[in-house]
Write a protein that binds this ligand. Structure first.
Ligand code: ADP
Ligand code: ASP
Ligand code: MG
Length: 451
């Protein structure tokens, strides 16, 4: 293990000149921080996704481009030497404009990745210049040299061996004499085409980089001082958790706690790298440590909410021929690379939800070709407008009265599907999106607001 610490700053942490200087101060505060991974400035990725979806109206397109110019130049104009990076930023903005025009004729996932990568490519130029102007030897590094991925544009998977070799060859040597500022979220495939790891992917990038360079720690700096008992935007009385195990925090991330990209803790756990989550605006408030060993394992740890769920119910058409039904269903899904999340089964039917969405957003879709094949085998019903609520905790199945406490709280709601038993850390259910937030608030009040 090296002594290098990796620090990641999200979009709101690099939103403007003051915010970027706060990040610089946090980096300065820890001499071991040698790799700084950042997101695009707040709001930029959303604008780029909109352009990538194809904005046909030229006036509207130019308005979006102007917003991008304003966000970046309002920071650049406060630099001591703006001219050092002005050409680089203008070059990237020209590329955005060209790709946005192309997207009106022929949008594609590959083009989307080229476009959305421009956010991180710009923000890293600016933060690097700020670090230099504050007197630190700093280098901007194009992470696409190291972050090698599959070619699944919009939702690429990292190629761990390639990343490990490239990081040791290209990244580690620079860290000896400089602080490295690099991009989260983006990577490149084996043909050097730009890819992305899915929305919110910068956390995952930082963890993958930390793993590849055997970092001693990973800090995730965001807009809240740690991981809370639920999203504080949903329940204002939610409170930060001082310490949480990898297993619990992974479940939270998987089940929708936006604070961490779902895959973030996988590399950290593989290499047992402690993760700290804190607020770049108020670092003095401390934050949450995610570790292998923690002092307490409470029955209820947190509650999460994930919107945009797609539920598919498959019913065998002829129950006498039902043997091997599930095997056939999952073979078809695997052939079409459909990733399944939750499952419940009965003798002749199975309900399942589709896994998370890609960079373009929206609810995950069952590919038409997969649906057609499934329909030859069984009836297929697809439902949308559902949300997933998950209760995260420890050994819930071992404590008497747990089910009564949870479901008693939810007695006013119509639960569409319940999953429980496969993991000792979660109990989750689907319900209509119109009352999901309310259900989370009620559960939080009952289980976390009594102390
Ligand atoms: P960043 O841009 O820094 O990656 P995100 O917006 O992706 O930040 O994640 C931070 C946000 O995650 C918080 O502002 C908060 O609203 C939301 N969030 C959701 N669940 C939780 C939770 N359990 N604890 C803290 N924040 C949460
Ligand atoms: N900029 C990307 C997004 O908004 C990645 C990230 O911020 O983590 O999704
Ligand atoms: Mg995020």
């Amino acid at each position: 293990m090296s002594t290098i610490n990796v620090a990641k700053f999200g979009g709101t942490s690099v939103a403007n000149f003051e915010a970027m200087n706060r990040c610089a101060a946090i980096v300065e505060n820890n001499p071991h921080t040698k790799v700084v991974v950042i997101s695009a400035c707040s709001g930029v990725t959303n604008i780029l996704v909109e352009l990538a979806n194809g904005v046909a109206d030229q006036v509207q397109r130019e308005q979006l481009l102007k917003q991008l110019v304003d966000i970046h130049f309002s920071i650049i104009n406060q630099l001591k030497q703006p001219q050092t990076i002005t050409n680089d930023i203008n070059e990237i903005l020209t590329k955005v404009s060209q790709c946005a025009e192309k997207a009106t004729v022929e949008p594609s996932e590959q083009l989307t990745d080229q476009l959305v990568s421009c956010g991180e490519l710009m923000s890293t130029h600016i933060l690097c210049q700020i670090m230099c102007e504050r007197g630190h030897a700093t280098q901007r590094f194009d992470i696409r040299t190291v972050m090698k991925t599959t070619s699944v544009f919009g939702n690429a998977e990292p190629l761990l061996d390639e990343i490990s070799i490239a990081a040791k060859t290209h990244l580690v040597p620079i860290c000896k004499d400089s602080i490295v500022v690099t991009q989260g979220f983006i990577g490149s495939d084996l043909n050097n085409k730009t890819t992305t790891l899915g929305r919110g992917g910068s956390d995952y990038s930082a963890a993958l980089i930390a793993e590849a360079i055997s970092a001693s720690g990973l800090e995730i700096w965001t807009d809240v001082p740690g991981i809370y008992t639920t999203d504080p935007r949903i329940a204002p009385k939610a409170h930060p958790i001082k310490e949480i195990s990898f297993a619990e925090a992974s479940e939270m991330a998987n089940f929708g706690a936006k604070i961490l990209h779902p895959s973030t803790l996988v590399p950290a756990l593989r290499h047992k790298i402690p993760v700290f989550v804190g607020s770049s605006k108020e670092p003095q408030l401390g934050g949450t440590w995610v570790k292998q060993e923690v002092e307490s394992a409470p029955l209820f740890r947190a509650v999460t909410l994930r919107g945009n769920q797609t539920l598919i119910t498959l019913k065998s058409l002829n129950m006498f021929q039902a043997s091997g039904f599930l095997a056939k269903v999952f073979t078809i899904l695997a052939q079409h690379k459909v990733s399944v999340d939750l499952i419940t089964t009965s003798e002749i039917s199975v309900s399942l939800t589709l896994d998370r969405t890609n960079t373009q957003g929206g609810s995950p879709k069952l590919p038409p070709a997969a649906q057609k094949e499934l329909e030859e085998l069984c009836s297929v019903v697809v439902e949308h407008n559902l949300s997933l609520v998950a209760l995260i905790g420890n050994e819930m199945g071992q404590a008497k009265g747990t089910a009564k406490q949870i479901f008693g709280t939810l007695e006013d709601y119509n639960l569409r599907m319940i999953c429980y038993g496969a993991s000792c850390h979660n109990l989750c259910f689907l319900l209509h999106e119109s009352y999901a937030r309310h259900a989370v608030q009620q559960l939080h009040r009952e289980l976390f607001e009594h102390e």
